[in-house]
Design a protein around this ligand. Structure first.
Ligand SMILES: *[C@@H]1O[C@H](CO)[C@@H](O)[C@H](O)[C@H]1NC(C)=O
Ligand SMILES: *[C@@H]1O[C@H](CO)[C@@H](O)[C@H](O)[C@H]1NC(C)=O
Length: 289
């Protein structure tokens, strides 16, 4: 009987450890979920490896990726973009299945000349087919401070968020015989690279290398995802035991919907769905039910 309180204390401590670990989401060390994929010597760590800096110069950029692949989730990254003149510089936070006929979900920040706004481009690839670009301006300077960029992916919808504002919703349309929704296990990837040949003014405005190195910063390496494998997918990834698959995540709530409509009206400046030159017949997923 004498050691019973001690037992209790151990249990309480275990509980506290468990909950503090799961609660301190913004404090996950880089190495817990990610590894450097390329440009090792263009990378620096800060804050006990809770912040990473990627650099780009004329000879190389850099990137990192998640150790696991995922079949659903709510992915996020705190990002501060390169300041100064960043024309031609692309900062990307994306999911990619990498292998075979691939699926991909992209946040791509297209740099710009000093004083001109960075453009945020999103894209969706399903079964190898992309070409689903949307572009928006941001309502803040993304190089001045960290902001959250988030991707919700469940069986019903994919939502791109800037901080907590949905900027794009991609529904899982069921179209017979045509796969328009990503379903493969994907890896979380981040990179900083030279997109001089397309990113700014259609490639007419190039990176100004006298301004290099360009530097982007990233924080929050926590991942809320269902681990899966491209070669043998985890069939459980759409289960409602994962919070991001629960009913309240199947569509935007009223509050999100009005924020979404507002931001699209005021800031969106390109949508492939309405680009008649490119798609005389609107792609199937663009047709509203
Ligand atoms: C996060 O990490 C920093 C640096 O290691 C530490 O000072 C801080 O207390 C941590 N915050 C939380 C919420 O654990
Ligand atoms: C490139 O940057 C340098 C140094 O700031 C500046 O003098 C030059 O005008 C820039 N070039 C262009 C094409 O903007």
């Amino acid at each position: 009987m004498g050691f019973r309180p001690k037992m209790l204390m151990i249990i309480v401590t275990l509980f506290e450890t468990f909950f503090s670990l799961s609660a301190s989401t913004t404090n996950t060390s880089f190495d817990h979920n990610y590894y450097v994929t390329w440009g090792k010597d263009r990378i620096l760590f800060f804050k006990h490896r809770q912040e990473i800096q990627l650099s780009l110069d004329q000879s190389s950029g850099a990137g990192f990726g998640s150790k696991s692949y995922f079949g659903s989730g709510f992915f996020q990254m705190r990002i501060k973009l390169p300041d100064k003149d960043s024309a031609g510089v692309v900062t990307a936070f994306y999911l990619n299945s990498n292998v075979g006929v691939h699926d991909e979900l992209d946040f791509e920040f297209l740099g710009n000349r000093a004083g001109k706004p960075v453009v945020l481009q999103t894209n969706v690839f399903a079964h190898g087919l992309g070409g689903r670009e949307q572009r928006t301006r941001l309502w803040f300077d993304p190089s001045a401070d960290f902001h959250y960029y988030k991707l919700l992916w469940n069986q019903h919808q994919i939502v791109f968020f800037v901080d907590d504002i949905p900027i794009r919703v991609y529904k899982n349309h069921v179209v017979s015989g045509i796969v328009v929704y990503p379903h493969r296990a994907m890896q979380v990837l981040v990179s900083l690279w030279d997109g001089s040949n397309w990113a700014t003014d259609g490639g007419r405005t190039k990176a100004n290398w006298t301004q290099a190195p360009f530097q982007a910063h990233f924080q929050d390496f926590s991942i809320a995802g269902c681990p899966s494998n491209p070669n043998s997918p985890n069939k459980d990834c759409y289960s409602t035991k994962y919070w991001w698959n629960k009913r309240s995540y199947w569509q935007l709530n009223q509050h999100q919907m009005s924020a979404y409509e507002n931001v699209r009206r005021r800031f969106m400046n390109y949508d492939y769905c309405t680009d008649k030159n490119r798609y005389p017949v609107p792609p199937v997923e663009c047709i509203e039910e």
